[in-house]
Design a protein around this ligand. Structure first.
Ligand code: SF4
Length: 348
């Protein structure tokens, strides 16, 4: 690989990012965790807000989980936020070696490689989706890079090249930047690519064949009946999900599993079991769908009003949406909310 051409392209074209050239490994760590599964442009705003709220790892370590989740709200993959907090709480000082970073919860081999190369000049190649796309095209590789073994082989392939670079951190960032801005998934901009002369896929006009696409598995559908209830202060009723597991610690509308949209009467019966009181009114308001990596979730939303004060368990709370970290599906469901405010007030 023409490492010199890659680096000089990167230095002339790299986009300005709030975490680039940041002197603080904590900031690079936060950015790398946020960038897992998420595009740079989405991360920018979250990163800046997060660093304003938690400017040091010590301040992060002292924060309640709910505050951290609130800062992460909408970014998805919430186990990243929980692990970031857990890792900060376990620290006496920030690690300064590849091995030290790898021991932290939520820091996989390639995140550790990114931090160690950028902050400490360690020659550890990063292999993410962008890098594997560039490499698949450069050498017409038909490996399945969702397999860890193939990603490790790719890292070995990159090792001699990162060792040639005067800055291992720049090498890794150049490869990722090339994938993100030039070697695009659908239409690679080969004329602007510093590696064009040596790219086998380009030479053979086979760019669209690499990386080889695996057939996507059908993902299951999970459905719930969700109650949208507003009190006379304009607060919604939410329930908190268990701390561990999917969307752990986030808040959502109280809900029960179902296999289909229910009639108002059926939904009222299910909510009566859930809330311990028969609703005075239950009216279907709409359905929203949210797609996760492994399943689709469909929420059938009902505006619900009850005739007396509810006795709420510890994991239930009336609150304005801005005060709690909410799941994305819940935020979508709340768009059905304003007219519920008139129809579903609790009677005193
Ligand atoms: S020449 Fe085109 S296909 Fe090859 S690495 Fe560059 S952008 Fe990607």
């Amino acid at each position: 690989m023409n490492v010199a051409a890659l680096l000089s392209w990167y230095r002339a074209n790299r986009r300005s990012m709030p975490w680039r050239d940041h002197p603080d490994p904590y900031a690079v760590w936060v950015s790398e965790i946020m960038l897992q599964q998420t595009r740079i442009e989405t991360v920018r705003h979250y990163f800046t807000r997060f660093l304003e709220r938690f400017p040091t790892w010590q301040e992060l370590a002292r924060a309640p989980l709910q505050d951290v989740l609130k800062m992460w709200e909408g970014l998805g993959y919430y186990s990243r936020a929980r692990n970031l907090l857990k890792a900060a709480q376990s620290l006496r000082e920030l690690p300064d070696s590849l091995e030290g970073w790898r021991e932290l919860p939520g820091v996989g081999p390639y995140t550790a490689a990114a931090i160690a190369s950028v902050c400490y000049g360690v020659c550890a190649p990063v292999v993410d989706g962008n890098v594997s796309r560039v490499m698949a095209r450069l050498d017409c590789l038909s490996d399945d890079f969702s397999q860890i073994g193939n990603r490790n082989k790719l890292a070995e392939r990159l090792q001699p090249w990162i060792e040639k670079a005067d800055s291992p951190g720049d090498f890794n960032q150049a490869m990722m930047e090339l994938g993100e801005t030039v070697c695009l998934p659908q239409t690679p901009l080969c004329d602007a690519c510093p590696l064009c002369a040596e790219c086998k896929a380009k030479k053979r006009k086979r760019q669209s064949e690499f990386p080889v696409r695996r057939e996507k598995k059908q993902i299951p559908l999970r459905q719930v009946l969700a109650s949208l209830m507003v009190n006379d202060k304009g607060e919604y009723l939410f329930t908190r999900r268990p701390e561990e597991g999917l969307l752990g610690g986030l808040w959502e509308l109280p809900n029960v599993p179902t296999t289909r949209k229910a009639s108002n009467q059926e939904a009222a019966q299910r909510f009566a079991e859930l809330l311990g009181t028969t609703p005075r009114e239950t009216r279907y308001a709409g359905t929203v769908t949210h797609v996760f990596t492994h399943f689709r979730q469909r929420l059938h939303i009902y505006r619900v009003a009850v005739s007396r004060d509810l006795t709420l368990g510890r994991n239930y709370r009336f609150a304005v949406p801005s005060k709690l970290p909410l799941t994305t599906a819940t935020r979508k469901a709340l768009r059905l909310g304003p007219s519920a405010r008139q129809s579903a007030r609790q009677e005193s």
